[in-house]
Design a protein around this ligand. Structure first.
Ligand code: SF4
Length: 81
């Protein structure tokens, strides 16, 4: 069995994502995207050449796509969503 090579995000990148989500929460905004928005983002990512289905990561930002699409404060680094 082959173990996928997971690329780790830098700690700063992860902290920045959590910070953006916290700021949204403190401002009374939604933190978790609604299901339709999550689905639209997933469609974009799963059809993107930068998506690695083996690790479920975006090759550009190293984020885990199933988590990234859930947070309203996250954006595609290439501007696709
Ligand atoms: S976040 Fe953007 S660049 Fe990364 S896999 Fe999704 S659509 Fe592609």
């Amino acid at each position: 069995m082959r173990i996928p090579h997971v690329k780790l995000s830098s700690p700063f990148h992860l902290l920045a994502a959590l910070w953006r989500a916290l700021v949204n929460r403190l401002r009374g905004r939604k933190v978790v995207a609604d299901k339709v928005l999550q689905w639209q983002r997933q469609v974009s990512c799963y059809s993107c050449v930068e998506y690695d289905p083996e690790t479920t990561q975006c090759v550009v930002c190293s984020c885990f796509v199933p988590l990234k699409v859930m947070l309203t404060s996250e954006k595609c680094p290439l501007g696709r969503w």
